[in-house]
Design a protein around this ligand. Structure first.
Ligand SMILES: [Zn+2]
Length: 511
C-alpha cells in the first residue's frame, strides 16, 4: 500500500468509528413505547371531557377543557403524528396484525403474530432487535402476558390462540421484566394445535421469579430484581387485570407496574457497567379495547386514565434523563366506533351523567346481575311489557350502579331496557334475531343496553362491537421525537423505532 493510500484508509476508519460513536450518542438510551389498545382520538377526547367534568368544569366549555389539569399527559407531548391501521387484508385490523406491524414492521393477517401473511416466515420484533443490541427489555400489559400485543414483541405464531406456545417463547426471551396480567394457558394447550408446556416450570428453569402480591411487586421498587414476572393478584377475566374502576386497593395499577418496571430495568442496565445500553419498555393498556368492545364508556375512561398515569411515570423518568429518553404513545386501532356526539343530544354534551356509574359492565355482570338473575329468573314469563319496571330490585340496581333513574328515562329508552331485560332473563323477547344481534352483539343484553343509554345521555355514541378502521394519533417526547411527526403507516412505527435506536438492520428482519 502506498503511503498516501494508507493515510486515506486510516482517515476513513477514524471517520467511521467516530460517526458510529456519534450515531450512538444520538440514540436515546431509554425508550418507552405506550400502546393503548383500541385507543384513537375519540377515546382520548372523551376521557378529557370526563376529567374536565369530574374536576368541576364543563365539557361544553373550551376554557375548562383546555385547563392543564384536565388534559392527558399524552396530549401535552410536543410532537404528534397519525398512523393508518389497516392490515394486509383488512381495513379493520385485529390486535395481532397491528402489533406485528408496529413491533416487526410488516403487514400480516388478522390473528397472526410475528409472521407474514403466508404464515411461513417469522420476523424479529423491535424488542428482540433492541435486546440483541444490549438493551434490557420490559413488557407490561393489563391483559394476559401471552395476549396478542405483548406476544408480538417476543413470539412468532400463526394463530394468536396458541397461547401456550406464545408463553413458551416468552420464557426463552431473556427479557428482564414482564408485568401486568397472568397467563391464559400456563399448563396446557389453549386450543388444538397448541403446545403443552408447564410455563411456570419453564419460567423457573429460565431464571425468572414470579411475584403476585401487591407487597412483593411494590417491594421491587426499592429492591429491584432481574428477570421478574409481576402478576397482579386479582385476575377477574381471561387472566387480565381488573378494569381500573373495579380495582381494589390490594391490586397494582398500570402506573405502579410501570414504576416497578422502570426500577428493575434501570437497575439491570446500570449493572451492565461498560455494556450499559439502557432499556426498552413496552406498556399496553389492553382493556381500553375490551371496554370499547362492550360499549362501556366509563370502563374505557377509567382504563384510559390508568394508562395515561403510566405515561406520567415515564415522563417523570424523562425529566431525570431528558437527553437520554424517548417516549412514544399511540393506539393500535379504534374499537367500538366510539363517537363524541349522538343523534339524541346533537351539539350538547352531558358528561355529568357518567359520574353515576360505579362499576364496569364486567364487574356488574359477574356480581350484582348474576345474583339478581339467580333470584328472579325462575318461572319468568317474558310476554308482559313491564317486567323490568315492576321489579324494584332491578330498578334500584340500575340507579345504584349506573346512576340511571327510571323516572327520567323516555319511553323509547324504557322499551329498549324492557326488551333487553327479557332477553337477558330467559333469552327471548319480541325483537327479530337480526335486531337482537345489532342491539347487543355478544354481550349481556340488559348490561350493554344500560351502558348504551347512559352513554347516549352523556352524548357518546357507539357503532360497533368490533374494531374500526380510523387512523390513530401518535404522541412523542424526548430524544429524536420529531421523527414521529407526520401521517404514516403503522409499519413505519417499527421502522422509526429501529432508526431511533440505531438498530443496524433495516426492517422487517427475518428470524
Ligand atoms: Zn379488540
Amino acid at each position: 500500500m502506498k503511503k498516501r493510500n494508507w493515510f486515506v484508509a486510516v482517515l476513513v476508519a477514524v471517520v467511521l468509528v467516530f460517526s458510529t460513536a456519534m450515531a450512538n450518542a444520538q440514540a436515546p438510551k431509554y425508550v418507552f413505547f405506550f400502546l393503548g389498545d383500541g385507543m384513537s382520538a375519540t377515546q382520548i377526547q372523551a376521557t378529557e371531557a370526563y376529567r374536565t367534568t369530574k374536576n368541576g368544569g364543563s365539557a361544553t366549555k373550551a376554557e375548562d377543557l383546555l385547563e392543564k389539569k384536565n388534559r392527558l399527559n399524552m396530549c401535552k407531548m410536543p410532537v404528534a403524528g397519525m398512523q393508518t391501521t389497516y392490515d394486509a387484508h383488512a381495513l379493520m385490523t385485529d390486535s395481532a396484525s397491528s402489533a406485528t406491524a408496529f413491533a416487526c414492521g410488516i403487514k400480516t393477517l388478522s390473528g397472526v403474530i410475528g409472521m407474514d401473511d403466508t404464515k411461513t416466515v417469522s420476523y424479529k420484533s423491535i424488542a428482540q432487535l433492541a435486546f440483541e443490541q444490549g438493551k434490557k427489555i420490559g413488557i407490561i400489559t393489563s391483559v394476559s402476558l401471552d395476549h396478542a400485543t405483548p406476544a408480538s414483541y417476543y413470539a412468532s405464531v400463526p394463530s394468536r390462540g396458541y397461547m401456550n406456545s406464545i408463553a413458551e417463547q416468552m420464557t426463552r426471551t431473556g427479557y428482564d421484566f414482564f408485568g401486568g396480567g397472568g397467563l391464559a394457558s400456563p399448563t396446557g394447550p389453549a386450543r388444538d394445535g397448541d403446545t403443552n408446556y408447564n410455563i411456570w416450570n419453564l419460567l423457573d428453569s429460565e431464571g425468572y421469579t414470579v411475584f403476585n402480591s401487591r407487597e412483593t411487586i411494590m417491594g421491587l421498587i426499592n429492591s429491584p430484581k432481574s428477570k421478574a414476572v409481576c402478576i397482579n393478584p386479582w385476575l377477574p377475566d381471561s387472566a387480565a387485570m381488573p378494569y381500573a374502576i373495579d380495582r381494589p386497593k390490594t391490586n397494582v395499577s398500570l402506573r405502579e407496574m410501570t414504576d416497578v418496571a422502570i426500577a428493575c430495568l434501570k437497575h439491570a442496565a446500570d449493572a451492565a457497567g461498560g455494556q450499559d445500553e439502557g432499556f426498552f419498555l413496552m406498556v399496553e393498556g389492553g382493556k381500553i379495547d375490551w371496554a370499547c368492545h362492550a360499549n362501556d364508556a366509563m370502563a374505557t375512561i377509567g382504563d384510559m386514565l390508568d394508562f395515561d398515569r403510566a405515561v406520567g411515570s415515564a415522563l417523570r423518568f424523562y425529566r431525570k434523563y431528558p437527553q437520554d429518553t424517548l417516549i412514544v404513545v399511540t393506539g393500535d386501532h379504534e374499537t367500538g366506533g366510539m363517537t363524541i356526539g349522538h343523534a339524541t343530544t346533537a351539539y350538547t354534551a352531558y358528561y355529568e351523567q357518567l359520574l353515576g356509574q360505579k362499576r364496569s359492565y364486567e364487574f356488574f355482570g359477574q356480581n350484582q346481575w348474576k345474583r339478581h338473575k339467580e333470584k328472579y329468573s325462575a318461572g319468568y314469563d317474558w310476554t308482559p311489557s313491564n317486567n323490568l319496571e315492576s321489579n324494584a330490585n332491578m330498578i334500584k340496581l340500575i340507579k345504584d350502579y349506573f346512576g340511571l333513574d327510571w323516572n327520567t328515562l323516555n319511553d323509547y329508552q324504557k322499551e329498549k331496557l324492557e326488551d333487553a331485560y327479557d332477553k337477558s332473563m330467559v333469552g327471548e323477547n319480541d325483537n327479530s334475531a337480526a335486531e337482537n344481534t345489532y342491539l347487543y352483539g355478544y354481550y349481556e343484553p340488559i348490561i350493554v343496553t344500560l351502558t348504551h343509554i347512559l352513554n347516549e345521555r352523556a352524548s357518546i355514541g357507539w357503532t360497533s362491537y368490533s374494531h374500526t378502521g380510523v387512523p390513530v394519533p401518535v404522541f412523542a417526547q424526548g430524544k429524536n421525537a420529531e421523527l414521529f411527526s407526520g401521517f404514516y403507516d403503522n409499519t413505519d412505527i417499527a421502522k422509526k423505532m429501529a432508526e431511533v435506536m440505531d438498530i443496524p438492520q433495516s426492517l422487517p428482519v427475518e428470524k
